[in-house]
Design a protein around this ligand. Structure first.
Ligand SMILES: NC(=O)c1ccc[n+]([C@@H]2O[C@H](COP(=O)([O-])OP(=O)(O)OC[C@H]3O[C@@H](n4cnc5c(N)ncnc54)[C@H](O)[C@@H]3O)[C@@H](O)[C@H]2O)c1
Length: 407
């Protein structure tokens, strides 16, 4: 089996997580990383895990010449310049098989569309990394329920949530650099998962047609004086000047084009979740059957009492965004696997090696950006946005949508 040499842009949180994930993927070699403050530590991690010996490159152009595919794991505001450099490298002769982009594809529809166009301009294969669609529990329930679904009919309601106590880096909190608040940051996950969960078995990703979206957003915790001061003190983020939402919820209605049946996906996201750490929650209701996933339910719990608490070093080794170091703690001992990271890497590896797009091409990321933006419009206008009014045409991940978001 040939090896796919991966080059990574960015050396932060998700790069470290994806490095752990690579340990669980055969045939992918972590071969390069661009120069950042955390690059040397990532190189050490990669070597320790045996997933490669990445070279640190001072320029993206130089790295592009020495790898087979590039993953964009840098902040949301860097997408376009990073992709322009990749395109320039391909035009200069770099033989890349594909390019990966972490969620969200863009801060706005215009940015997401530009990303798609840039990849198309040099015929680069793409993979949009929405890890939750690759989660094994989600895939397992689909497989388990497929026969029931075919007999009884598809799901009619899906609920999905991603919640934690707030992001780790200041740029996430800045609506201009990140692209919004929690709806932009995590709504993209839950909206994608809702759409995917409702889609009847065997149908394409965008088979169900979005009909309407309603949404509400709020600043429930981090706008309060105590928490606002804490944010300023600890992260240098001033929410008295540039606040964003820390809570978002909404409902998207979809239509099955074959049967006309309307189904609904509710999403909820927050940066004000006060339990152990990150929680992913998904459920679905079909006629006579249901599923439920809760990432805080682990076969492993540990208890640490006050007397022993001084010995604790890193709560986050138990759970992403852990907020407590003592008491009864849920521990996910293979979070990368639980969240679907190895599976999305495996998919990109197989797809790029075979010369095709990943299961989720960037054009799909653009559709998700549209839905997130429509949810912002709904919250802002306090109206249900009729997506069909705008001729929101869905094709199988094509670019025929003409949803006129004002960018
Ligand atoms: N799938 C998920 O669940 C998930 C989780 C976390 C982050 N993400 C996504 O991954 C991306 C990175 O997030 P993160 O948490 O790793 O951020 P981070 O701030 O921890 O790390 C970002 C890295 O990019 C580098 N960088 C900064 N500016 C850059 C620029 N202009 N060009 C190139 N590199 C630059 C930084 O030096 C840093 O090494 C974001 O788009 C985020 O939405 C996804």
């Amino acid at each position: 089996m040939s090896t796919l040499r991966l080059g990574v842009v960015g050396a932060g949180f998700i790069t470290r997580f994806q490095t752990l994930a690579m340990k669980q993927v055969r045939g992918m070699e972590f071969a390069g990383i661009t120069q950042h403050r955390g690059s040397a530590a990532v190189v050490k991690l990669a070597k320790d895990l045996g997933v490669g010996e990445p070279r640190i490159y001072p320029s993206l152009g130089e790295m592009a010449k020495n790898v087979d595919c590039i993953a964009i794991y840098s902040p949301n505001f860097s997408r376009i310049p990073v992709m322009e450099e990749i395109v320039a490298a391909v035009k200069a002769g770099a033989k890349l098989k594909g390019v990966i982009c972490e969620k969200p594809l863009g801060r706005t529809v215009a940015e997401a569309r530009r990303l798609v166009e840039l990849a198309q301009s040099v015929s680069l294969r793409t993979a949009y990394f929405e890890n939750q669609i690759f989660m094994k529990p989600l895939r397992a329930q689909l497989a388990q329920l497929e026969a029931v679904q075919k007999t009884m009919g598809p799901l009619s309601l899906a609920r999905s949530a991603e919640e934690h106590g707030g992001p780790h880096e200041p740029w996430f909190w800045d609506p201009t650099r990140q692209g919004g608040g929690v709806l932009g940051d995590m709504g993209c996950h839950s909206i994608a998962v809702g759409w995917y969960s409702l889609t009847p078995a065997g149908k394409p990703l965008t088979f169900l047609q979005p009909q309407s979206v309603s949404a509400e957003i709020g600043l429930l915790k981090w706008g309060q004086p105590y928490w606002r001061d804490k944010l300023l003190r600890e992260r240098g983020v001033d929410y008295s000047r540039h606040p964003a939402e820390d809570f978002a919820t909404g409902i998207i209605t979809y239509k099955n084009p074959e049967t006309g049946q309307k189904v609904k996906a509710q999403f909820t996201n927050s940066w004000m979740f006060e339990k152990q750490g990150l929680r992913l929650f998904m459920d679905g209701m079909g006629p006579g059957y249901a599923f439920e996933i809760n990432s805080l339910v682990s076969p492993l719990t540990i208890f640490i009492g006050d007397a022993a608490a001084e010995a604790i070093k890193d709560a986050e080794s138990a759970l992403e965004k852990a907020t407590a170091t003592r008491g009864l703690l849920a521990v996910q001992y293979n979070e990368a696997d639980l969240y679907g990271y190895p599976d999305e890497n495996e998919d990109a590896l197989q797809a790029f090696t075979a010369g095709r797009d990943g299961f989720l091409p960037w054009s799909y990321g653009l559709e998700i950006t549209r839905l997130v933006t429509a949810a912002y419009m709904a919250a802002e206008s306090r109206k249900t946005i009729d997506l069909t009014d705008f001729g929101f045409r869905i094709s199988d991940c094509g670019l025929k949508g003409s949803f006129p978001i004002r960018n």
